[in-house]
Design a protein. Structure first.
Length: 126
């Protein structure tokens, strides 16, 4: 009698192969160079993050203060008109200060992290 060999052959498409490679790369241990590149990316993000947080907090709080000043002048009116204008102006100054605050904090972070970033870029470029 003749023996039948039944085999199942399945090939993946190119898109599936790429997806498999991406998933595999997530679980493979990073090489030394990839580890340095990840560190460099993290440091680059760390430069802008504190400035962004500070500017957002100052901007949001100042916007709320300005809104409170507007409520004092428009809604509650009579006795709070002048204090409402003062409070609103303080809020406007705070909103205007958010952008320079971001620039200043980001500049300080760049100065602080520049030596480490330069060292990593020198190592990766070799």
């Amino acid at each position: 009698m003749e023996e039948k060999r039944e085999t199942f052959i399945y090939t993946y498409s190119a898109a599936q192969q790429e997806e498999i490679k991406r998933i595999r790369e997530k679980y493979a241990p990073p090489t030394r160079e990839e580890d340095k590149m990840e560190r460099l990316r993290k440091l680059d993000k760390d430069v802008t993050k504190p400035g962004l947080i500070a500017a957002l907090v100052v901007g949001i709080v100042s916007t709320l203060v300005m809104g409170f000043g507007m409520c004092c002048t428009m809604v509650w009116g009579e006795g709070l008109f002048v204090p409402g204008i003062v409070i609103g102006v303080i809020g406007i100054f705070g909103v205007c200060a958010a952008c320079p605050l971001y620039i200043r904090v980001t500049r300080r972070q760049r100065e602080k992290l520049a030596p480490e970033i330069m060292r990593l870029t020198d190592e990766l470029m070799k």
